[in-house]
Design a protein around this ligand. Structure first.
Ligand code: UDX
Length: 456
């Protein structure tokens, strides 16, 4: 079976590489020729554990190739996956311009029966509309064949994308076509044999499952973050609360880690999009809207927390803050909608000097946060960013932060040597807490009056 993948972002690339490892002939297509050249040389444009090796193995075994020639991909593929981005527009709705362009390309080059599969997160009803568009054009041109369209959303997590694609929690197949269903069963035969649960449903339901899952997870995070704010006020400990709640199997302990707010390429975009879909259909999704509002508030609260501990008057002029971790989560270089962006902006606006270090996110930050380039200092290590700083703000829980020599780092800092551990990485480590004026999230900590020693 020949499989074409339109779009080589996270979803398309990981999916294509994994399918090629099962022996399918996979061709990944992207309009970005530079990216295609890089990929053809076995270089992954994104940092994702295990992905580059998988791409190289696919190229070596001849099952994975890359091209910018859309016509060739459409005409040689039995199944075409649409995996282009659907970013947010200003009003929160999904920007479907990439999807429209790919569908038009497919329509222009169709030369026989194919299954078109929507992997991108698309507004509910999109797969049916794509089917109408493609088949309408075929009918108008007098073609003797039709195409089938299915929705098959992706649930992979960045940082674990390869293992998630190899062993998904579930496979959702949304289509009314038996031929499309059978084709997808063949594609996922390895996972189905391994007893990965499969949900067969219609395309609208499959599309909505994706929004429902991401919104629910966002609600869970906003819920625990809101309670973390309260826990701080009343002297309770949010990590223990999460454990105490999570022991109830109806609640589950997962996704109850309080922090600076959720970010990334999915939750912010998909929550906004589902609210927009709700509005268009006359339904106000109040719970999801509240999760979005609480997430904005959480980031603001983190700025206030830092400012109130580091200054007398709310201003941070003369204070130096080291920020560790820019990516929205560990093991990725993705900084899209990362909470670090808003928190750094807040600190800069209050007059702080901000020195940042991230194991993988700095290249993207330099590129995409160009407006911050003059205002923040990029450093090569945790130690360099913290040298002479008043505080460390730990934004992302990269495992390597556990292995740094924090005693040496603290000795090179000044003032009260504050650590704002926004991921509670060191919440159980009393040694670390003795080195710094330590502030976690959702744990009560006596505010320490900032020493009168002024910035040098
Ligand atoms: C998410 C979904 O998990 C995945 O199923 C979907 O396909 C895409 O969106 P991803 O964005 O890669 O995946 O990251 P995820 O691990 O879900 O984390 C998203 C954000 O929530 C991160 O900013 C993370 O720090 C935050 N988060 C997550 C919390 O603050 N607390 C938690 O308990 C869990």
């Amino acid at each position: 079976m020949n499989i074409g993948i339109m779009g080589t972002g996270y979803v398309g690339l990981v999916h294509g590489a994994v399918l090629s490892s099962y022996g399918f002939n996979v061709t990944c297509m992207d309009v970005d020729e530079h990216k295609i050249k890089q990929l053809a040389a076995g270089i992954s444009p994104i940092y994702e554990p295990g992905l580059e090796q998988l791409i190289q193995r696919g190229i070596e075994s001849g099952t994975l190739s890359f091209t910018s020639n859309a016509q060739q991909v459409v005409q040689t593929s039995d199944v075409i996956f649409i995996a282009v981005g659907t970013p947010s527009k200003k009003d929160g709705s999904a920007d479907l311009s990439y999807v429209r362009s790919v569908v038009q390309t497919i329509s222009n080059h169709l030369n026989g029966y194919k299954v078109v599969v929507c992997k991108s997160t698309l507004p509910i009803g999109s797969s049916s509309r794509i089917a109408e568009q493609l088949n309408g054009a075929l009918q108008a041109s007098g073609a003797s064949f039709r195409v089938d369209v299915a929705s098959n959303p992706e649930f992979l997590r960045q940082g674990q994308a390869v293992s998630d694609a190899l062993s998904p929690s579930r496979i959702v197949i949304g289509t009314n076509s038996d031929a499309a269903k059978q084709m997808l069963q063949r594609i996922y035969a390895t996972q189905i044999e391994r007893k990965v649960p499969v949900l067969y449903t219609n395309a609208e339901t499959a599309e909505m499952v994706k929004y429902a899952a991401n919104s629910f997870l966002a609600v869970k995070i906003s819920f625990i973050n809101e309670l973390a704010l309260l826990a701080e006020k009343v002297g309770a400990n949010i990590d223990d609360i999460a454990e105490g709640m999570g022991l109830d199997s109806r609640i589950s302990p997962h996704f109850l880690q309080a922090g600076p707010g959720y970010g990334g390429s999915c939750f912010p975009k998909d929550t906004e999009a589902v609210v927009d879909i709700g509005k268009r259909n006359g339904e106000d999704l109040l719970v999801v809207q509240a999760a979005i509002q609480a997430n904005k508030k959480q980031k603001q609260k983190m700025i206030t927390k830092i400012a109130s501990r580091l200054s007398f008057n709310g201003k941070l002029r003369g204070r130096t803050v080291a920020v560790w971790g820019l990516s929205f989560k560990p093991d990725t270089d993705d900084i899209r909608d990362a909470p670090s962006r808003d928190i750094i902006q807040g600190l800069v606006d209050l007059g702080a000097t901000v020195k940042v270090y991230c194991p993988q996110g700095m290249r993207q930050a330099r590129r995409l946060w160009s407006e911050l380039n003059g205002a923040i200092h990029y450093c090569d290590s945790e130690a360099e960013s913290a040298a002479n700083a008043d505080a460390i703000v730990l934004m992302t829980e990269w495992a390597q932060f556990r292995n740094v020599d924090l005693a040496a780092i603290a000795s090179n800092m000044r003032g009260n040597r504050a650590m704002f551990d926004l991921r509670n990485m060191f919440a159980m480590n009393t040694d670390v807490q003795q080195l710094f004026s330590y502030y976690g999230v959702g744990t009560y900590s006596e505010p320490k009056v900032y020493s009168l020693q002024e910035a040098k």
